[in-house]
Design a protein around this ligand. Structure first.
Ligand SMILES: [Zn+2]
Length: 239
């Protein structure tokens, strides 16, 4: 989340050069737009751009400490319940998945991780999203679980599509993060990372997982220890 396809954009060149107003949001916000897009110029001095892609960050409401603690507690409860829901249907890694992942992950965690590929079903968004919207969150800013490729709940990975090696690798990094931090700390860091960064992509736990899955994808035959990398980030206070 945090980026999206803009269906209708306008720019007022007289007042704000190079600023593009996305009009289908209320309040409208400003974002740079990547062509291809069509420019329509009515006679009132403004120009409208139709199409194009914009990367944007929506401002999130400022929560007080009590509200943040409440969100963290709700997210932890959601993760724990989802893990229970899917764990009994989930299965161990296949032999070839295990072989590929073995040089990067401790064997005991590859043994205990379970995976499930859903078909005709999606992971539901947390029930407390309604409360977050009441607190002032724009729904577009909330991570949409239904649209994610896969989600890891502690040691249980739920996927909406069959696993690529890179996707599985990414989710296994989260398994390591949960193991190293424990559920309460993982959740607190995930929620605080989201609130301070303003988007899913800015969460340090995600950046760590994306960085390591990219390193794996670039050189799948070059082993490194995901556990050591995650420990480095913890020591350096990067989460
Ligand atoms: Zn992730």
């Amino acid at each position: 989340m945090g980026s999206g396809l803009v269906v209708f954009v306008a720019v007022d060149r007289q007042r704000r050069q190079n600023s593009w107003f996305v009009l289908h949001r209320s309040p409208p916000f400003v974002a740079p737009v990547t062509p291809p897009c069509a420019i329509v110029a009515p006679n009132d001095g403004s120009q409208f751009v139709i199409g194009g892609t914009a990367e944007y960050a929506m401002p999130l409401p400022k929560l007080d400490d009590v509200q943040i603690a409440w969100v963290i507690k709700e997210v932890a409860g959601y993760i724990d319940r989802q893990r229970q829901t899917y764990r009994e249907r989930a299965i161990p890694l296949e032999r070839n998945q295990r072989t590929v992942m073995q040089p990067f992950f401790p064997a005991s965690w590859l043994d205990s991780t379970r995976v499930v590929v859903l078909s005709g079903q999606r992971v539901m968004n947390p029930p407390f999203y309604g409360d977050l919207i009441k607190m002032g969150f724009d729904p577009i800013t909330l991570p949409d679980f239904k649209r994610m490729n896969a989600i890891t709940f502690l040691d249980t990975v739920v996927s909406h599509a069959s696993f690529t090696e890179r996707l599985l690798f990414h989710e296994l990094v989260h398994v390591v993060q949960y193991e190293k931090l424990g559920l309460p700390k993982f959740t607190a860091k995930y929620v605080r990372g989201f609130l301070s960064g303003g988007s899913y992509e800015s969460i340090p736990l995600e950046r760590n997982a994306y960085e390591l899955d990219a390193r794996f994808a670039a050189a799948p035959a070059k082993p490194f220890s995901v556990e050591a990398e995650v420990e480095d980030w913890i020591r350096a206070g990067k989460f």
